[in-house]
Structures are given as C-alpha cells and as structure tokens.
Design a protein around this ligand. Structure first.
Ligand code: URA
Length: 186
C-alpha cells in the first residue's frame, strides 16, 4: 500500500524525470534495513535499488556475513533517480523522508544500516563524515517505533569500488554488524 501511495505522490519533482519509482526491495519481515542515497541509471531502468555495479558488491558484502539479499530490505533516501546522477538536494531528501520513515516503522527491523555519508546524515542528522560515523552504533527513533533501532553506517559500495583499500575497514564493520544482529536476535 505504501508503494502504491508513493507511486501516486506528486510532491517530489524527481518523479517527473525518472523512468521508474524505486521503492525498495527485499523482505517485509527483514531484521536489517539498509538505506542508500539515490537510485542510479540501472536502478531507474529496473525499478529496483542497488542492482548496478555497487549493488553487486553490496550483495557480496551481505552474503559474506550470511545475509542473502532476500532476507534484508534495501531502500534509498530518495525514491527516484536524480537526473544525470547528481546528488539529491536536501529538499528532495526531506520530502521523501516521511515515506522512508514509514518503511522503517512498518518493517520494524532490529538494525538499520546507512550506506555512505549522505544516507547516514539523512537518518542520523549528526553532520559527521562517514569516516567518523562508520564503526559506531547509534539509535534511530520515530514516535511510531515501539523501541529505538540500533543504527550504524557502512562505507557506500560505490566508494569501495573506487577505493578498494577501504575494504579492510568495511570487512571489520560487516563483522560488527553480524555480531550485533546475533546479539539482538538472541
Ligand atoms: N547507489 C545508491 O545509493 N542507491 C542505489 O539504489 C544504487 C546505487
């Protein structure tokens, strides 16, 4: 239903230039929700998040800690591709945020993961760089969530493709994510 509402929503100008709505992908029962920044061209073409090159790396990252893509839920701070792959504006992110919040509330995950600095700042509002935010745990809360959600940030897979030397830290962060999930899931 939320996807349906969003497909009819005309409050975000990005929808006019995009081919498809990119609502999200995965399980409604997911214990982990991941949030990227914005759909790229492949995502726009297929209407699914993280299906281009960075999506393939993300799938491998998740598989390495025993989390198949179908077990998590993946979305973005905006639901349509910004033209020319520019960064979404703060206004575009703000207009989409209530929908992202609702996705998180409906799934009510154990863990929320921001992929990259822009998503981390949209969710956590701390105004710190990804280098400072990764490897730490925060909480995400909305009035409608029964309890705060443990939240962390990972380097964006597109950044890891450009900067493979950071994969060492990303691997450490993935292991911490696995341990946190095991702790919380009991
Ligand atoms: N990068 C993102 O941040 N999101 C996607 O869906 C794809 C690439």
């Amino acid at each position: 239903e939320l996807r349906e509402v969003l497909s009819r929503f005309d409050g975000c100008a990005l929808a006019k230039t995009a081919t498809n709505l990119v609502f999200g992908d995965g399980s409604g029962e997911a214990r982990v929700v991941l949030v990227g920044e914005a759909p790229g061209s492949e995502e726009d073409r297929r209407g699914l998040p993280f299906v281009g090159p960075s999506g393939q790396l993300l799938d491998r990252m998740l598989a390495s800690i025993g989390l198949p893509r179908g077990d998590v839920f993946i979305s973005n701070t905006v639901f349509w591709r910004p033209p020319g792959n520019r960064s979404p504006s703060s206004g575009e992110v703000a207009v989409c945020m209530p929908f992202l919040e609702r996705i998180i509330e409906l799934i009510d995950p154990l863990i929320l993961v921001a992929l990259g600095g822009p998503a981390a700042n949209a969710l956590l509002g701390r105004g710190e760089s990804i280098g400072k935010l990764r490897g730490r745990w925060f909480t995400y809360q909305t009035p409608r969530l029964a309890r705060p959600v443990a939240t962390t940030a990972l380097f964006h897979p597109a950044y890891l493709l450009r900067t493979p030397g950071q994969k060492r830290l990303a691997w450490r962060d993935l292991l911490a994510l696995r341990h946190k999930l095991d702790d919380l899931a009991g």
